[in-house]
Design a protein around this ligand. Structure first.
Ligand code: SF4
Length: 394
């Protein structure tokens, strides 16, 4: 989502007559796009701002955008007095106007407002992070309020884009030669546009299922979507994937814990059995669908027994990949009021135990690919070796 926001900011700036450079020493304005989902990311922002002041004699204007800007607001000025602009998560399109205000003599500006009425998600192909793969946001924000998570506060409530706008964007991307789109959002399957406009011809049990079929009808070669929220994961999503060959065979379905007790404390709105029902629908698909997930270890109150329940769940789900996180408290979330009573050592031990087991399980899956031919969309040179290319299968 942050990459998509940067692309959108770059589009707005270029339209206002700015040139873009990736070299801060060349820049008159430097924008730092920030993430606050983990504590370390937030600390890095302030370090980066201090570094930026030293890179050129030009004294560029410094703007901070993204989640840290939205959450910290004017407190950023106190922590980093060098910052000139604080640009909230829904103010991306107004950056040129904020720069003008500074140039007009204001000392520091802040915009934490909502998106303007009727604002369209306009991203120029020039600013896309790849000439082959495009991120297409379909929903922003979150209404779920999991107790550990800062997103509903930094990104606001769920707001879905109109289906006709999304479909038109995918059509244009296809004409421009893009091969793959990622429909993105904090919870894509909670997609609920204000009207059915653009979905009239599509069948589906939920607006998201209809959207999947409608985007498939554009004929774009590959469609991926992330992230799916377990409670809103309707089996018709699997049916849509089975029907539409250009819907890729991958579902990311974060579970976070294998213990009902911890899931309740996390306020996830699902228990293990609900989750496993969704997993079974995915695993029983006629197509072999890859399944990935997110897990937090060491949530406040997590006992060894709770953790072993997570180990059992991972064994049962046979994930193709897993993002594992050690719990860290985010100020302002309900969980931050709980006693963070799992020691750092315990968190690390559980992290490593889970990671080791996951590696063993996924290696078995990966070995199954040896000797098989799969279609890979090459996205660039490998970071690890000059001789290799990197890309993704479907
Ligand atoms: S569903 Fe939960 S974890 Fe995901 S963004 Fe919303 S509050 Fe955060």
């Amino acid at each position: 989502m942050n990459v998509a926001d940067s692309e959108r900011a770059a589009t707005a700036l270029r339209q206002a007559g700015y040139d873009l450079t990736l070299l801060p020493e060349m820049a008159d304005v430097v924008l730092v796009n920030t993430c606050s989902v983990r504590d370390r990311a937030e600390q890095k922002v302030y370090k980066r701002i201090r570094q930026l002041r030293g890179v050129s004699d030009k004294k560029p204007l410094i703007g901070i955008m993204g989640c840290v800007a939205q959450l910290e607001g004017t407190a950023v000025f106190a922590k980093a007095p060098d910052v000139d602009m604080i640009i909230g998560t829904r103010a991306t399109d107004r950056i040129p106007a904020l720069i003008e205000r500074i140039q007009g003599g204001e000392e520091a500006v802040i915009d934490l407002g909502e998106r303007a009425q009727g604002e369209v998600w306009d991203v120029s192909p020039l600013e896309r992070h790849s000439p082959f793969v495009a991120f297409v946001p379909i929903i922003e924000g979150c209404n779920k309020f999991c107790s550990f998570c800062i997103v509903p506060y930094s990104r606001g409530r769920e707001k879905s884009r109109s289906a006709s706008e999304i479909i038109e964007e995918v059509r244009r991307l296809r004409e421009l030669g893009f091969r793959e789109v990622h429909l993105i959002g904090q919870n894509v399957n909670s997609y609920r546009p204000r009207s059915d406009e653009g979905l009239e011809q599509s069948s589906g049990a939920t607006p998201f299922c209809k959207l999947l079929r409608a985007v498939s009808d554009t004929g774009i070669e590959r469609i991926k979507f992330t992230t799916s929220f377990p409670r809103d994961f309707h089996p018709d999503i699997v049916a849509a994937i089975e029907e539409c060959p250009n819907l890729c065979d991958w579902v990311h379905l974060p579970v976070q814990s294998g213990s009902d007790r911890i899931l309740r404390a996390m306020r996830r709105g699902h228990v293990v059995d609900d989750y496993l029902r969704r997993v079974d629908a995915i695993k029983n698909s006629k197509r072999r669908l890859s399944l990935t997930s997110d897990i937090i270890v060491g949530f406040p109150g997590e006992t060894e027994e709770d953790f072993q329940d997570t180990m059992k769940l991972v064994e049962r789900c046979q994930y193709d990949g897993l993002y594992i996180f050690k719990y860290s408290s985010r100020p302002g979330t309900p969980a931050s009021k709980l006693n963070d009573d799992v020691s750092e050592d315990q968190k690390k031990t559980r992290f490593l135990e889970l990671e080791n087991r996951q590696f063993q399980l996924q290696n078995i899956i990966y070995h199954g690919y040896i000797g098989r031919t799969v279609s890979v969309l090459v996205e660039g040179r490998s970071a690890r070796s000059e001789a290799d290319l990197t890309g993704h299968s479907t």
